[in-house]
Design a protein around this ligand. Structure first.
Ligand code: SF4
Ligand code: SF4
Length: 140
């Protein structure tokens, strides 16, 4: 297959291993994520941030549970806030920084067994741009 024909499914297939929910150093939450997750768990946004977030610099990230996984990760159910999971989790691995820095893709692949390595940079940029646009449209 020509790399211009590759689709998102050709370069990533989630293996449902849960590794990305385990101690990878912070899942950022946007203001919109905070409102959605707080409503989903019946908390007010301030209480949600105080109870379920830490800070990485000035930005809130989901805190980790005692087992070192995301506080919303359950070994049986996986993501317990799946319908409202953060933008970052929804976008993975087609995150916008790859459009500018496609060389980071292989490093991400080292931490995620669903990602195929050594994809040409122009192919990555095309696919991530498309996937990002589709995600943003689905959320607007
Ligand atoms: S680490 Fe990758 S393959 Fe494993 S659950 Fe997360 S996205 Fe899927
Ligand atoms: S919010 Fe859900 S998908 Fe995102 S890291 Fe936590 S458990 Fe994983």
């Amino acid at each position: 297959m020509d790399s211009n024909d590759k689709t998102a499914g050709d370069i990533f297939e989630c293996q449902l291993c849960g590794d990305c929910c385990n101690g990878f150093g912070g899942t950022y939450v946007t203001d919109q994520d905070i409102l959605k997750i707080a409503a989903f768990i019946n908390a007010d946004p301030t209480t949600f941030v105080e109870t379920y977030c830490d800070y990485s610099g000035s930005r809130p990230v989901l805190t980790l549970g005692a087992n070192g996984a995301c506080v919303f990760f359950d070994t049986k159910k996986q993501c317990t806030i799946h319908p409202v999971k953060p933008y970052m989790c929804r976008a993975w691995p087609f995150i916008k920084t790859i459009i500018k820095n496609p060389e980071n893709w292989n490093a991400m692949a080292s931490a995620c067994p669903g990602i195929k390595k050594d994809i040409p940079h122009d192919t990555l940029q095309r696919i991530v741009t498309l996937e990002s646009q589709q995600l943003d449209q689905s959320l607007s």
